[in-house]
Design a protein. Structure first.
Length: 161
């Protein structure tokens, strides 16, 4: 048996390459970055964060995985910054309920870092709205080979100055 591609196989391969390139160009033209979110299949709050990102104009792909901790280890997320989901965008790692405006600033400023993290699940952070519970103030950390440092402070999705 030979491994030669038929004309039909070649046409299908070419079409998928063109469509993939066009979708990437469309996202680039609209300024929408593609965020790939990996989460445990049973996580409920992750969907709220995904909707927050989509509402801010991001294109989002969601991957359900039972191997989320292995992914965090592979991507170099420090254990003290772990949260319920991990995302990748523009060569950066986004851990937890990071507000879209912080991600936009990260992508615009392009600091030398591994990524951003909101450890745990602060009440009031995007996707963590709990009716009857007041929102908490929380920090978004920039992390990398230098360790971690505060990138911004938020209450809900509003940056505090």
């Amino acid at each position: 048996m030979t491994n030669l591609l038929t004309r039909r196989d070649m046409a299908a391969l070419l079409a998928s390459c063109v469509l993939g390139s066009l979708s990437g160009l469309a996202a680039e033209a609209t300024g929408a970055a593609m965020i790939v979110v990996s989460k445990d299949p049973t996580c409920g709050c992750c969907g709220g964060w995904v909707e927050h990102l989509r509402g801010a104009g991001f294109s989002v792909e969601v991957i359900d995985t039972n191997e989320i901790n292995r992914l965090k280890a592979r991507l170099g997320v420090p254990t003290d910054l772990h949260a319920c989901h991990t995302a990748e965008v523009g060569g950066y790692v986004i851990e937890g309920h990071v507000p879209a405006v912080a991600i936009e600033r990260l992508l615009r400023d392009k600091p030398q870092a591994k990524g951003l993290a909101v450890p745990g699940m602060p009440v009031g952070s995007p996707g963590m709205n709990i009716e009857g519970t007041p929102p908490e103030e929380y920090a978004v950390f920039l992390f990398g080979t230098f360790g971690k440092r505060e990138f911004a402070r938020f209450k809900e999705a509003r940056e505090l100055r």
